[in-house]
Design a binder for this molecule. Sequence first.
Ligand code: IPE
Length: 257
Amino acid sequence: MHLIKFGGSVITHKGRELTLRRKVLQRLCRELRAAKGEMVLVHGAGSFGHTKAKRYGLKKGIKKGYSPIRAAQVQWDVRDLDQEVLKAGLDVGLPFTSIPPYPILRMHNRKVKVFDPKPFEIALKEGLVPVTFGDVVLDGKQRVAICSGDDLMVHLAKYFRPERAIFVTVEDGVYDRPPSEKGAQFIEVLSPKKKVRSGSSGVADVTGDIGKKVDSMREMSRFGVETLVINGLESGRLRRVLQGKETLCTRMPAEGK
Ligand code: IPE
């Protein structure tokens, strides 16, 4: 199985609210067709989620002055983006079907506590390609929280144990410090033990930076899933990876392999 996440920064303009990178999304969907066998796609929210989620303080759940309409608004925006992703897939013949996390996942204090993978299993059996996404979900401690696409990658990987999981981002891979900093070193093979220093990108991001992503990769490595970080703005890289060909990327091997 191929488990893939389209980062929100790749498929949207993260600094411009509710703005899709349509051409990039369409190309990435075309490249996905190179995948043989089963596939699950996760996508981030980009500027369809982070900007309002930050403005409304949804990360911390219910704060003074909170109105449920705000959570509902962010969900609506993110579903709008999901519709765009589904359409881009359908247009190139990929049988995408949407499985929003809200009804199948619960958090507690921003940690995933309940995750029901059954709807994915059923869809895969029918030959469909399940698509899920970072979203506003219910949280037992703070009523609502943000579940990131990276959280979903971890839980999907834990259940389905794909051979590898691919994060499609706007960087060639992972660097030892923010790539904008002088002397940043590109890491081809990232050991699960390696520390990576992250920095702020300056745009609204309520689910964390590269440090958080590396934590997710580490978790996946622990239960035997290799992870790759690739640049989705460079045409052909996703296709090459799916075809098992060499391409510029960062790879974190599965622990013990
Ligand atoms: C964020 O999901 C979800 C919301 C802000 C509602 P992600 O954390 O997976 O999104 P990206 O990939 O950073 O845009």
